[in-house]
Design a protein around this ligand. Structure first.
Ligand SMILES: [Zn+2]
Length: 383
């Protein structure tokens, strides 16, 4: 059986959703609209309490449950409700198989294209009385600000384990792996001294940092690991040996062991720098003090290529004549967080490009293809 989604309705839903402002922390209006739509479609709608915890004007993440007609494990769909800035007053323009904004705002296709696809898939299921397992739709808050919605999702209400996230750019890319990310915050305290009168009495925090960094593997460390310092703060005047310096960096790796190895290597480099700058001044030993914090920002996304959803998405893509590849991402998304909670949800592209900029656009053909793949994946899911 070849079931078709209603492409016109899908596009209309998208065009409607992008006109509902929903910058991160301001998802209240879209939250209300989506909850109503899902109820109209016959879903049991539960809204968790994540909103208050993360400071959103929306009450929480939406978890909508559809009973399905078949017994079996629940299938999950997820997309996020928030957008980046500038996302207020979006005026979508449809031209040449693309939807763009008027150039003054983002489009918000990230991730309203995902929301629209999930709504259309469930509408098609209902309208054509298609046979499916139970389905839960998860619409999250605040993905763009460190995945606050997914981190505070009420996982006790989630019944399934397998599913699909619709929140990537090109439909040709199915993300099955994403890095664990660890912050690397360093506070170096040297010893202040008058740079003109007695520089030998001081320890420059800047030179300590320079020494440590000169010993360090940075940038692309190996195939799976990258490392960067992006923020430096220190010093106020030129005639004082710099007493304090803050460095903020991060390490990302697809491999947890390699990440820990890199973190250790970086700490070792700072320890060596401390040694190099330890000295005797006026009969006393002075040395730089280093404080390092390495909190995990988020865990890895790791869905095996043999996972049932990956196989079903690739098969559905083939059926729809779309060349989709399972691949690794360099960034993080809700899928990383959900994966830490045991959910195996790869992330399929929805046809948006140039996300997070006013040049963002939706490729309508890819958008329709993503919807067809999502529907066929659900229909083929039997567990
Ligand atoms: Zn997104």
């Amino acid at each position: 059986m070849n079931v078709k989604i209603n492409e016109k309705r899908l596009l209309d839903t998208f065009l409607k959703l992008v006109t509902i402002d929903s910058e991160s922390f301001n998802e209240g209006a879209i939250n209300k609209y989506l909850a109503e739509e899902l109820k109209k479609m016959g879903a049991g709608v539960y809204i968790d309490k994540a909103g208050k915890k993360i400071g959103s004007d929306a009450p929480g993440n939406i978890i909508a449950s559809f009973k399905g007609t078949r017994k079996g494990k629940t299938f999950l769909f997820s997309s996020h409700m928030d957008t980046v800035k500038p996302g207020r007053g979006v005026k979508p323009q449809v031209k040449n198989n693309r939807v763009t904004s008027d150039g003054t705002t983002i489009l918000g296709g990230d991730d309203k294209a995902g929301l629209a696809i999930i709504l259309e898939v469930m509408r098609t299921v209902k309208e054509q009385k298609l046979d499916t397992v139970p389905v839960q739709v998860i619409f999250t808050l605040n993905e763009e600000n460190g995945m606050g919605g997914a981190k505070n999702l009420d996982y006790g209400k989630i019944k399934g384990r397998d599913g699909l996230i619709l929140d990537n750019e090109s439909v040709c890319e199915l993300l099955v792996q994403g890095p664990e990310v660890c912050d690397f915050k360093v506070e170096i305290t040297g010893v202040a001294a008058h740079a003109g009168v007695c520089p030998e009495k001081g320890i420059s925090a800047l030179e300590v940092a320079a020494k440590a960094l000169s010993l360090m593997k940075l940038g692309r460390v190996d195939k799976e690991t990258v490392c960067n310092f992006g923020v430096v703060q220190g010093g106020q005047v030129t005639n004082v040996v710099m007493p304090k310096l803050l460095l903020n960096g991060e390490v990302r790796s697809l491999n947890a062991k390699k990440l820990q190895k890199q973190v250790k290597h970086m700490k070792d480099c700072f320890a060596k720098a401390v040694k190099a700058f330890t000295k005797r001044v006026g009969g006393k030993t002075i040395k730089p003090q280093i404080k390092i914090e390495t909190p995990q920002r988020y865990g890895a996304l790791s869905v095996p290529k043999t996972a049932v959803t990956v196989k079903l998405v690739l098969a559905a893509a083939k059926k729809n004549k779309v060349n989709v590849k399972a691949m690794a991402s360099g960034g993080g998304c809700d899928a990383n967080i959900m994966c830490q909670h045991g959910l195996l949800m790869p992330n399929l592209g929805v046809g948006v490009q140039n996300c997070h900029s006013t040049a963002e656009y939706l490729d309508i053909k890819e958008f329709y293809q993503a919807a067809a793949i999502a529907l066929d994946t659900l229909l083929a899911y039997e567990q």
